[in-house]
Design a binder for this molecule. Structure first.
Ligand code: ZN
Length: 315
C-alpha cells in the first residue's frame, strides 16, 4: 500500500525524503517516509514540536537517515523537525510567526495562524494514518531536565495500556500518565491512537551520547511494537509512575535562584528556590508540597511572572 503525505509518497519497499507544505503557507516540514517491504503498523515520529529541544530533533534526523525499508515491517513517517521556522530562528518553545506554543493548540485550525495550521496538518495528514505516535521532546533552552516519558491517559483503555507498555521499555527512571488534551500526542490519544511524549536532554545542548540514548529508546520501542525485528538493547532503568505532578509557576517576575536540580528527591516543606529583585531582596520563596522527584526546573537567571519554575511529581 502506498504511503502518502501531502505531495510525498513512498511505494512498498521505498523510502522518500522531502518537504510537506503546511496548507496554503510557505512553511515546509522536512519529512521522511519509509514504506517497509512487508505490511505492518504505521508509526509516526516527530521531533521539534518545540524548536530548541535538540536531542529529539537530531534523533529524528538520524533515524530518518538510518532506517531503510528492508529494516521494517510496516510504515514510518518522521518529521524532523515539525516546527522548522522556530528551529531556524532559534526561538525556544514557540512558532515565531505567531508566537504560539505548538503543543498547546491541537487539533489546530485550518482558519487559524501558522501554528494552528501546522497542528491541523499534523492531525489530518499524519496522525490520521498512524497506529502509534512517538513525540520526542526534552527540556527547552531555559530548562534543566531529567529524562522521563509521558503516555496518554485520555484515550481508550486499550490505547492507554499500549502507550504505557511502550513507555515501559524506555531507559529512564520515571513515567507519567498525562490527562492533557491540547498537545500533539494528547490529541492523537483522544482519537484512540496510543501515543507517548519522551523527554531527554535540555538547556539547548545536544551531544551524540544523548542522541544515542534517545535512538536506543526509539529502536527498542519499534522492536516492542513489531515494526523492527531483533532483540531490544538492555536498559539501565525501568520507569516507575509519578503522579499528581505540580507545574509550579512564579507569582512574580525576577531573578530565579533554584535550590534543587532536575532528578533530585525532595522532602515535603523543602525549599525549591526563591525569586529576588535586582538588589537581592527576596520576592517569593517556594517549598515542596510533598515528598517528590524534580523532573525539570527553569535554569535561566530570569523568570517571568506566571512563568514555570519547577515541575515535580510523587510516587
Ligand atoms: Zn517540549
Amino acid at each position: 500500500m502506498t504511503l502518502k503525505v501531502g505531495a510525498l509518497s513512498a511505494e512498498k519497499g521505498e523510502k522518500t525524503q522531502g518537504f510537506v507544505r503546511v496548507m496554503d503557507t510557505n512553511t515546509m516540514i522536512p519529512v521522511t517516509l519509509i514504506n517497509g517491504s512487508e505490511e505492518g503498523k504505521t508509526i509516526l515520529i516527530t521531533g521539534g514540536v518545540h524548536s530548541c529541544e535538540y536531542p529529539g530533533i537530531q534523533t529524528a534526523i538520524e533515524l530518518a537517515k538510518e532506517i531503510q525499508p528492508q529494516d521494517i515491517k510496516g510504515r514510518l513517517m518522521i518529521c524532523h523537525p515539525l516546527n522548522k521556522s522556530g528551529f531556524e530562528a532559534r526561538r525556544p518553545g514557540i512558532v515565531p510567526e505567531d508566537e504560539k506554543n505548538l503543543n498547546r493548540v491541537f487539533p489546530g485550525d485550518q482558519e487559524g495562524t501558522l501554528t494552528d495550521k501546522i497542528a491541523y496538518t499534523l492531525v489530518t495528514e499524519f496522525q490520521k494514518q498512524a497506529d502509534f505516535y512517538i513525540d520526542m521532546h526534552g527540556g527547552e533552552m531555559y530548562e534543566q531536565l531529567t529524562p522521563y516519558v509521558y503516555y496518554v491517559g485520555n484515550s481508550t483503555p486499550e490505547a492507554c495500556e499500549r502507550a504505557r507498555n511502550a513507555a515501559s521499555v524506555i531507559d529512564c527512571k520515571y513515567m507519567v500518565r498525562s490527562q492533557a488534551t491540547t498537545g500533539a500526542y494528547n490529541y492523537a490519544g483522544l482519537q484512540g491512537i496510543p501515543s507517548i511524549l519522551m523527554e531527554r536532554g535540555c538547556n539547548g545542548i545536544w551531544d551524540q551520547e544523548t542522541v544515542n540514548l534517545y535512538k536506543k529508546d526509539v529502536y527498542n520501542i519499534l522492536i516492542h511494537l513489531g515494526l523492527m525485528k531483533g532483540t531490544m538493547t538492555e536498559t539501565q532503568y525501568k520507569p516507575e509512575d509519578l503522579v499528581d505532578l505540580i507545574y509550579l509557576n512564579s507569582k512574580v517576575a525576577g531573578c530565579w535562584y533554584p535550590s534543587v536540580n532536575a532528578g533530585d528527591a525532595v522532602k515535603k516543606g523543602e525549599k525549591l528556590g526563591e525569586v529576588r529583585d535586582y538588589f537581592s531582596n527576596p520576592l517569593a520563596t517556594y517549598y515542596a508540597e510533598y515528598d517528590g522527584i524534580i523532573l525539570y526546573r527553569t535554569s535561566t537567571l530570569w523568570v517571568d511572572k506566571d512563568g514555570g519554575i519547577v515541575c515535580y511529581g510523587k510516587f
